[in-house]
Design a protein around this ligand. Structure first.
Ligand code: DC
Length: 224
């Protein structure tokens, strides 16, 4: 049976990096569900589809040709209709639009079907907002990562500056707050820890400390 580990949390909580490292370490598949919402946001912009056109958006969500792959340098890459869109994917504007589209139940339904297909082989590490609550409610282990808004904005700032984006820390703090607000207050699948999730505040932890803690939990629960 495929083991499933879900890692949910707000943006900047460290879930992406930790999930990728964990999947690598365990030899499991990896699902970056946020990337699916982001890729949809890129596809919709390119096709000039209005962000209010739910029917068209859910059709794109269902049919768009997306491929996740690891480059020869070991980087996580995303292809949309065969084109590498990894750079656009991480832009703040893409994330903000993704968060808007993510509020539509039709869109979430279409993407949920795609997300569940990632559960195959020995195991899956799935990261997102509703992996433990909605997409994989029977997961073997559910982790919920949090961190203060200050710390999450700082992490985002560092990441974006390294990528050459021109951003201000103050503006990022406001964006993190606005995205939290939208992701936690939406009616369908809001960002919330599953009742049976283990919560970790990563504000004062390094990525490796978080990874280590999760590995200890896996060991302690004799998950593998
Ligand atoms: O994790 P991220 O920043 O790449 O996600 C981008 C947006 O996609 C996020 O603001 C909300 C949405 N999202 C979601 O609603 N459910 C998920 N499982 C993952 C992401």
């Amino acid at each position: 049976m495929t083991k499933i580990i879900t890692i949910d949390g707000p943006s900047g909580s460290g879930k992406g990096t930790v999930s990728r490292l964990l999947a690598d370490k365990l030899g499991f598949h990896y699902l970056d569900s946020g990337a699916l919402y982001r890729v949809l946001s890129i596809a919709a912009t390119r096709r000039k589809v209005d962000t209010a056109n739910r029917t068209e958006l859910s059709l794109i969500a269902e049919h768009m040709d997306v491929m996740f792959k690891t480059s020869t340098q070991g980087n996580f890459e995303v292809l949309l209709e065969g084109e590498n869109v990894t750079r656009d994917l991480r832009m703040e504007t893409t994330g903000a639009r993704a968060s808007q589209l993510a509020a539509y139940p039709e869109v979430r339904d279409a993407l949920m079907k795609r997300q569940r297909l990632f559960a195959r082989g020995d195991g899956l590490v799935a990261d997102g907002r509703d992996m433990g609550t909605v997409v994989f409610p029977a997961a073997d282990l559910k982790i919920y990562l949090t961190a203060s808004i200050d710390e999450r904005a700082k992490r985002r700032y560092k990441e974006l500056i390294e990528k050459g984006e021109d951003v201000s820390l103050r503006a990022l703090e406001d964006q993190v707050r606005a995205r939290d607000e939208r992701d936690t207050k939406r009616e369908v699948s809001p960002l919330v820890a599953a009742e049976d999730a283990i919560e970790l505040d990563t504000s004062d932890m390094s990525v490796l400390e978080v990874l280590d803690t999760v590995l200890h939990i896996i060991d302690f629960k004799r998950l593998l």
